[in-house]
Write a protein that binds this ligand. Sequence first.
Ligand code: 5GP
Length: 179
Amino acid sequence: MYPIQIGDKTFELYLEKEMISKRTRLLGIQLNVDYEGRCPILIGVLNGSFLFMAGLVKEMDIACEVSFIRLSSYEGTERSDSVKKVLGLQENLKDRDVILVEDIVDTGATLRYILKEVYRQEPASVAVCSLLLKPDSLTEEISEIKYVGFEIANDFVVGHGLDYNGLGRNLNSIYVLTS
Ligand code: 5GP
């Protein structure tokens, strides 16, 4: 497999776009079944979730709403210490069925912070749907993580919404850092 260059780093193919779209389709179908008649609100965490969210909702045919929030916790390939503020969270989540849509859950710190903010509004239920999960990196179990596309090793990946210093989000497949 040919390596690709993104900025100053080299990456190689990790998850092919066909695998990602098949898995996304299955998750969408599962959400159709699990949320039938409930009109959930899907809340994507920007920027990374935009492609996964688009793929997911295109597979859903139940009534649902789509919204996005934004924050960031990474610079380059290193984890920064603090999670920043949640921006754009709607104020009307009371009694709603919320599905948080993430590109990746690494340590889980970002997600725990977002969950705390969401629970303040007393939603009826909260579930997390993440394209990727790094189980070895997760510092404590998060019971809300009910839908996962792929469990991956503790490596740095880009593509399908995920970036390296702002680059690579547009790639359909997912690539892993080699050097
Ligand atoms: P956590 O708070 O779970 O440690 O980190 C979550 C955030 O870190 C993700 O939303 C993502 O922005 C970033 N992140 C974690 N692992 C990776 C990775 O392998 N690649 C990229 N591009 N971002 C990552």
